[in-house]
Design a protein around this ligand. Structure first.
Ligand code: 2AM
Length: 181
């Protein structure tokens, strides 16, 4: 199972992001993320054996009991990579809480998998909280930046399954964890 932990977004944040996505819609090379799939990844686990699922559920519940809800801010848009040909257009999000959650999940997964954790794709990359707005599939220009002035309350996160299909990934929320710290 391909798995990741993520924060999904309230309707008003999604609406602002969907509005921003109109900037890339004229260019066929940009594939916007469907509105219901917009999310902020806290930790990508990659392909994991199904028997590990209870461990990832338990980790989510344990962390959610420790961490309190918090407010997050949506900043401007940016590109990965920033230099050269962009692959991803994203909206930057800011909150100490995202860093705490990402760090807590990472520590928990390290405890579960030990040395094997380093084999998770992207494990060595620093956590940069962002919401992918569009992926570049074919030549398409960069678009001017969009600035957001939005804040929203983050009250939980989820363990998500990703299935890679020809038309794009299909995400299924396996479990939601409410922050109760
Ligand atoms: P992205 O939006 O920046 O591509 C499901 O694939 C989610 O996990 C996506 O939000 C993706 O981030 C994130 N992710 C993080 N590292 C990844 C990796 N090495 N491969 C695929 N997805 C990754």
């Amino acid at each position: 199972m391909r798995l990741f932990y993520a924060v999904f977004l309230p309707e008003e944040v999604r609406a602002a992001l969907v509005e921003a996505q109109t900037k890339v819609r004229p260019f066929r090379g940009w594939k916007p993320v469907p509105p219901h799939q917009l999310h902020l990844t806290l930790l990508f686990l990659g392909e994991r054996p199904e028997e590990e699922l209870p461990d990832y559920l338990a980790l989510g519940h344990r962390l959610a009991r420790l961490e309190a809800p918090f407010r997050a801010r949506l900043r401007g848009t940016g590109y990965f990579p920033n230099e050269g040909t962009p692959r991803v257009w994203f909206a930057k999000a800011e909150a100490e809480g995202f860093l705490r959650l990402a760090e807590g999940l990472r520590a928990g997964v390290e405890e579960l998998l030990g040395e094997e954790a380093v084999r998770i794709p992207g494990w060595d990359k620093p956590f940069k909280p962002h919401i992918t707005l569009a992926r570049r599939k074919a030549p398409a220009p960069r678009v001017p930046p969009v600035l957001f002035g939005l804040e929203w309350p983050v009250e939980g996160f989820a363990l998500v399954r990703s299935e890679l299909k020809p038309k794009g990934p299909v995400y299924t929320v396996l479990e939601k964890f409410s922050l109760r710290g």
